[in-house]
Design a protein around this ligand. Structure first.
Ligand SMILES: *[C@@H]1O[C@H](CO)[C@@H](O)[C@H](O)[C@H]1NC(C)=O
Ligand SMILES: *[C@@H]1O[C@H](CO)[C@@H](O)[C@H](O)[C@H]1NC(C)=O
Length: 345
């Protein structure tokens, strides 16, 4: 086991789960497994815990990993793979059977509270039929969970920032969901989440938004290195605030701005009240030559600051005091992922 190849950024500031309150605040870590050099589950889970994570999120529901996670004392979030969505949407029986076969062992485990149905389903235009099967699959799985005595489990899904038109968060108050999903998919999705008291889980990486616009947006704004978030950091950069003319609000970091863009997009569809949470955030610790800013130092800074920000309970300008579950990406570098180098780091 080559532990040296795993770069684990300490999640300083992670806090424990707030007891049984409806708006759970905790910081977890994504446990992706697309690597051929990853340690066995008990060691991985111990790494997650020692880094300060209160929860682990999986991209599937493989018992080899779920069972040790369930016994670890951490919160654990299983995922329903995208490929299963058509079948689970088409048949209540299929959903009942999947829940019985996969999740029944965890029926009484109070640390099983969320189920993610699919991962960034709305980002993939090559499987567009699944977009329309997503909410029916979520509804069938929710019924199946209730039938099997797991009422407490909130059913959700994860949404990338590409669900927002042009991924444009400038200004956040003008953000809207893409026209090809807004009315037909996102509106029923957020109606479902609101009705069931669940969260919309977004994948929000300030890194990519900053990189696309680095001539305008300073790095420290993307790293949450503001005076209030990091009193100890040397003030090498001038203060930067982004002014949203639509709301008259001044933003002090890009993370809040991105979350408020999603809030604005939900409000635009008439569902202002849906709770928001973060399925993935983080910063790449390495990248290709043109992927500037991707390095371990920035990654550590970002993770530290975002953990502190979330733990502060400050919320965002549109949602002051908002607390939410959030997961850093990721526990490991994953050497079998394709795409640019940042994907593997
Ligand atoms: C679960 O993961 C183990 C270990 O990687 C693997 O051997 C097994 O085939 C997986 N099971 C399923 C159902 O994918
Ligand atoms: C870059 O930032 C400016 C405002 O500072 C904004 O008008 C523009 O839309 C942004 N571009 C992208 C690609 O986000």
């Amino acid at each position: 086991m080559a532990m040296a190849s795993h770069l684990l950024i300490l999640l300083v500031g992670a806090v424990a789960v707030t007891a049984a309150t409806e708006t759970a605040h905790f910081l977890g870590v994504n446990y992706g497994r697309l690597g051929d050099d990853l340690p066995p589950p008990p060691i991985a889970l111990e790494l997650a815990r020692s880094a300060g994570a209160a929860a682990v999120r999986f991209y599937d529901a493989n018992d080899t990993f779920l069972s040790p996670a369930a016994a670890s004392g951490l919160l654990f979030v299983p995922g329903v793979p995208n490929e299963l969505i058509p079948n689970l949407a088409a048949s209540q029986l299929a959903a009942d059977e999947w829940v019985a076969a996969t999740l029944l062992p965890f029926r009484r485990n109070r640390r099983f509270r969320y189920l993610f149905v699919g991962n960034e389903v709305l980002s993939d235009p090559t499987t567009k039929s699944r977009w329309f099967q997503l909410v029916p699959a979520m509804a069938n799985l929710r019924r199946a969970l209730r039938r099997h005595g797991m009422r407490r489990v909130k059913v959700s899904t994860t949404v990338g920032m590409d669900a927002i038109v042009g991924q444009d968060v400038f200004p956040p108050s003008a953000a809207a969901f893409r026209a090809d999903i807004a009315g037909d998919v996102v509106r029923p999705l957020i109606a479902f989440l609101e009705r069931t008291g669940s969260y919309l889980f977004v994948d929000a990486y300030t890194y990519f938004t900053w990189r696309a616009n680095h001539t305008v947006v300073p790095l420290h704004y993307a790293l949450l290195e503001t005076a209030s978030s990091s009193p100890s950091s040397p003030s090498t950069s001038p203060a930067f605030q982004y002014y949203d003319e639509g709301t008259g609000l001044y933003y002090e970091n890009l993370f809040d701005q991105m979350l408020d863009a999603v809030v604005a997009a939900m409000c635009r569809l008439g569902h202002c009240g849906v709770r928001l949470a973060v399925a993935e955030t983080g910063w790449p610790n390495a990248g290709d030559l043109d992927e500037f800013g991707a390095n371990a130092r920035n990654a550590a800074t970002y993770n530290r600051n975002v953990a502190r920000r979330l733990a502060s309970g400050a919320g965002t300008l549109r949602r002051p005091g908002m607390t939410m579950p959030a997961f850093v990406f990721a526990l490991f570098n994953e050497n079998l992922k394709t795409g640019p180098t940042t994907e593997r780091h």
